[in-house]
Write a protein that binds this ligand. Structure first.
Ligand code: DCP
Ligand code: MG
Length: 472
């Protein structure tokens, strides 16, 4: 060992490593996914903008449209004043088509299909995931990474989402949920902000007070009347005054501004896999060091599986070689087990292929999980079991292959173009039938090919037959 702490043993004063993921202008990003000609254009998604309609609101606006003052929840009539529809101004010589934008109606089922692709990645990358809205989730990755790795890990998560799904996320990493949320919002769009333990007060100090989680415009105005303009002011304010004025909520925002937030990320949904990975201080070809690390990770993963009452059927490793080539290997057992020694044995076997290679990082993962709590298989006869070996090399995250998209055509009757050369490609497309067209074709795939069973585990169904391994 090189003195590094293993994942799961790091605490940095016991601070959790909480990640908040929030997609950028999510509905607009989804629209761009199936209509790439909208990239870079001012785009408003909402209701009530068609001729004859007057009532409706903006669901979201692309960042280009926000520059015109259009934003979520604004009345559509107001949005149209600030940013007219291209289609309405294109034939009007008195109006500037460059100062106009595109409008699209809300299509929830499509956004939900994109959202579930993103959530599948989050569920795979962290054990503890709490999905809080269609485009937002908290992840607790304290047991999976160390603070020193947080930035690289979050960068990888962002690029995995971008590559596999095609939408951009902003990510914040901090010791508490409230600070992580502020961090993810801080540098939008395409933001990545890591606030380490001990830095939270400094990070908050100069932020406008309305950036504190739980402080809306009305509260911000009231706080301003008390001379509290920044989160730092709020952190230094007299708690009794805040309690008198705002009650329990006053104490809550006071604590958040001070970086105090006891809430734990409680999971929603079952994990699809459990994994641990650990980086070496520098790439190593020391076989003992590699094997020791894999052994520790295997123990740690097996422990977690046991503590979650999870049985696993696939055991895999990840090996990252310089510069950042990710290799995954996995072995499927004939039936689901909870057998820590087997995790270690299989992981070490799989590692042998990398003998002599310089290795930057290793990981161990169990997948094809089942949570039915049924009788655990006996391992008798495992040696003769007909397990299958699988492998994959990828340049992306553990057990994931990057998938490309097929974008679907859009509806020429509802779009606003074409109005200029740049928008010519908006013309002539056919109607898109909801999210159904995207379905599973370009959903993230597991390179071990056991995604279907992962789905089953996630939805609470058990994998088929927890067979007694003695039978094999
Ligand atoms: N939404 C809505 N009405 C609102 C706010 C949001 O219909 N008043 C929908 C549209 C958003 C989605 O929820 O795309 C996610 O909400 P966010 O607050 O995360 O906003 P965006 O993702 O659009 O933008 P941001 O980049 O600021 O996160
Ligand atoms: Mg968002």
């Amino acid at each position: 060992m090189d003195g590094e702490r293993l994942p799961g043993t790091q605490t940095d004063d016991g601070a959790r490593i909480v990640t908040h993921v929030d997609m950028d202008c999510f509905y607009a990003a989804c629209e761009r996914l199936r209509e790439p000609a909208l990239d870079g254009e001012p785009l408003v998604v909402g209701m009530g903008f068609e001729p004859g309609e007057t009532i409706g609101a903006v669901a979201t606006a692309s960042y280009e449209a926000r520059e015109y003052g259009v934003d979520s929840a604004m009345a559509i009539s107001e949005a149209l004043e600030r940013l007219p529809r291209k289609i309405d101004v294109v034939d009007d010589p008195d109006r500037d088509v460059d100062e106009a934008g595109f409008y699209r109606p809300v299509d929830m089922s499509y956004y939900e299909s994109v959202s579930s692709e993103v959530k599948a990645i989050l569920q795979e990358r962290a054990d503890v995931v709490r999905e809080v809205s269609i485009d937002e989730a908290y992840l607790d990755v304290s047991d999976e990474i160390r603070w020193e790795e947080a930035e690289e890990w979050a960068e990888q998560l962002k690029s995995d989402i971008e590559d596999a799904v095609g939408v951009a996320a902003s990510v914040g990493v901090a010791p508490t949920m409230s600070a992580a949320k502020v961090a993810s919002d801080h540098d939008k769009p395409d933001g990545l902000v890591v606030v380490e333990p001990g830095e939270v007060r400094d990070f908050f100090a100069d932020l406008p007070v309305d950036e504190v989680h739980g402080v809306g415009p009305v509260t911000a105005a009231e706080l301003s009347s008390l001379g509290i303009e920044t989160a730092g002011d709020l952190a230094d304010a007299d708690p009794d005054t805040l309690a008198d004025r705002f009650g329990e909520r006053g104490m809550e925002i006071y604590r958040y501004a001070r970086g105090e937030d006891e809430r734990e990320v409680t999971p929603r949904g079952l994990p699809k896999s459990l994994s641990r990975e650990s980086a070496f201080a520098s790439a190593t070809s020391d076989e003992d060091a590699k094997r020791d690390r894999v052994r520790s990770l295997a123990d740690s993963v097996a422990d977690r599986a046991t503590s979650k009452d999870a049985l696993y059927q696939t055991i895999g490793i990840k090996v990252v070689t310089p510069p950042y080539d990710v290799h995954t290997r996995a072995h499927s057992l004939p039936g689901p087990v909870d057998e820590p020694s087997l995790v270690e044995e299989v992981a070490l076997d799989l590692l042998e292929e990398f003998e002599g290679d310089r290795v930057r990082k290793v990981g161990v993962r169990v997948s094809k999980l089942s949570f039915s709590g049924g009788d655990q298989s006996s391992l008798d006869g495992f040696e003769s079991a007909a397990g299958s070996a699988e492998s994959a090399d990828s340049t992306s995250s553990f057990e994931r292959e990057r998938s490309s998209h097929e974008t679907s055509p859009t509806n020429a009757t509802t779009d606003d173009g074409p109005v200029s050369e740049g928008q010519a490609s908006l013309d002539g497309f056919e109607a898109m039938a909801d999210g159904a067209d995207r379905s599973d074709d370009d959903s993230p795939t597991d390179s071990t090919g056991d995604g279907a069973d992962d789905e089953a585990a996630e939805s609470g169904r058990s994998s088929e037959g927890q067979s007694t391994l003695g039978e094999f």
